[in-house]
Design a protein around this ligand. Structure first.
Ligand code: COA
Length: 174
């Protein structure tokens, strides 16, 4: 079945929230569900949050759909300075593909539309943070021409998790 990449609509918000929860837990909750993880996912991945993003003129969400099912999505925020290169303001905040569909080109398609959008609008490459232990995602981004620019920390409860700061190509690959 064909994968369709399109801008998110308001009626997608609930499915995006559920998909975000599933992908985040699958990727990061590898030792089970702690109280911090339960609190974080329940407060972070809500339909209201994704509706607010869709109503934000500086942000954009794309979804990947097969038939009536969402299988991935990407969230881009403009106007967010990169911590290691403040002139780069296009943050790819999320790129999630459901585990059943990884390795089928869905992530690359979502990344390509976000890169093109940021470049056409502002001539900027994307920047993003990725957990330093997320070898699969880091390998994917390196394959797409991203380079490491530095590190930052993601704090969850009383734990710090090292994140890499990556920057994409300018102009993007199309
Ligand atoms: C990371 C992620 C978005 C990649 O999406 P995907 O749909 O699996 O990737 P694709 O199938 O589009 O891969 C595109 C290309 O990257 C390559 N690639 C993918 N993962 C790779 C890896 N770990 N190492 C090297 N190359 C990789 C593919 O082989 C493919 O190469 P090609 O252009 O020669 O065909 C997806 O695996 C995912 O959602 N992971 C869980 C959530 C996550 O970690 N998100 C990122 C957080 S910042």
């Amino acid at each position: 079945m064909q994968t369709v990449i399109r801008s998110a609509q308001h009626e997608d918000a609930a499915r995006i929230a559920v998909l975000a929860t599933q992908v985040w837990l699958h990727t990061y909750a590898t030792e089970g569900i702690s109280a911090e993880i339960a609190d974080y996912t329940r407060s972070e991945f809500t339909p209201d949050k994704y509706l607010a993003i869709q109503n934000d003129v500086w942000a954009h969400i794309w979804v990947a759909e097969r038939g009536a099912h969402l299988i991935g999505f990407a969230v881009l925020h403009m106007g967010v300075p990169c911590p290691t290169r403040a002139s780069t303001l296009a943050e790819l905040q999320t790129l999630y593909v459901q585990a059943h569909f990884v390795g089928q080109g869905v992530g690359r398609q979502l990344l390509t539309v976000a890169e093109k959008w940021a470049f056409d609008l502002a001539g900027m490459p994307l920047w993003l943070t990725v957990n330093a232990h997320n070898a699969q995602a880091i390998g994917f981004y390196m394959r797409q021409g991203f380079t490491k620019q530095g590190t930052t920390d993601f704090v969850l409860g009383d734990q710090r998790h090292e994140n890499l700061v990556l920057i994409g190509r300018t102009p993007p690959c199309t």
